[in-house]
Design a protein around this ligand. Structure first.
Ligand code: IMP
Ligand code: MG
Length: 165
């Protein structure tokens, strides 16, 4: 609120994994606005990325249905991402978003993995730092499974094998 308050912002939710965190974060910001004399009018926009196969980050990041984001020009943008692993996804997304000349970009990440090489791209706001394990639940998936778990947990080796593609 201190960083972005008093300007309307565009919340850019990174799908699919970010939807649950985005809903909860937007609700929280709305509650804070209601209970203070500051308001933070928000637009919410969705962008879909895909980069993982099984538990491995792949080189080819897809922005699914990449569309014209030129309405971001001059805006304060809050990117909402569930998890940052290697940081490759965030780096590529930031490059893409920057090309539309927003005024300010901030990144909120619920989880950041402690991996040796992700120092290049850390979110401005981090919920939790977690070990470098593959986690599922709270909208995070393993090959599209387990998004519907209410909690976040580490997938077991037998689970990985069972749901491998
Ligand atoms: P990065 O490019 O390695 O930082 O990976 C970021 C993206 O990969 C996130 O947007 C997630 O969709 C996905 N991802 C990374 N680690 C996990 C995980 O442990 N569980 C589920 N998805 C993950
Ligand atoms: Mg995924």
């Amino acid at each position: 609120m201190d960083d972005l308050g008093d300007h309307d912002i565009v919340v850019l939710c990174v799908l699919k994994g970010g939807y649950q965190f985005c809903v909860d974060l937007v609700d929280k910001i709305k509650a804070l606005s209601r209970n203070s004399n500051r308001t933070l009018p928000m637009r919410v926009h969705f962008i879909r990325l895909k980069s993982y196969l099984n538990d491995q980050s792949t080189e080819d990041l897809h922005i699914v249905g990449a569309e014209d984001l030129s309405f971001l020009a001059g805006k304060n943008v809050l990117i909402v991402e569930a998890i940052v692993g290697t940081g490759k996804t965030m780096k590529a997304l930031l490059k893409h978003v920057e090309s539309f000349s927003p005024k300010l970009i901030k990144v909120a990440g619920l989880l950041v993995k402690r991996v040796p090489h992700n120092s290049t791209c850390l979110p401005d706001y981090v919920g939790f730092e977690i070990p470098d394990r593959f986690v599922v639940g709270y909208a995070l998936d393993y090959n599209e499974y387990f998004r519907d778990l209410n909690h976040i947990c580490v997938i077991s080796e037998s689970g990985k094998t069972k749901y491998k593609i």
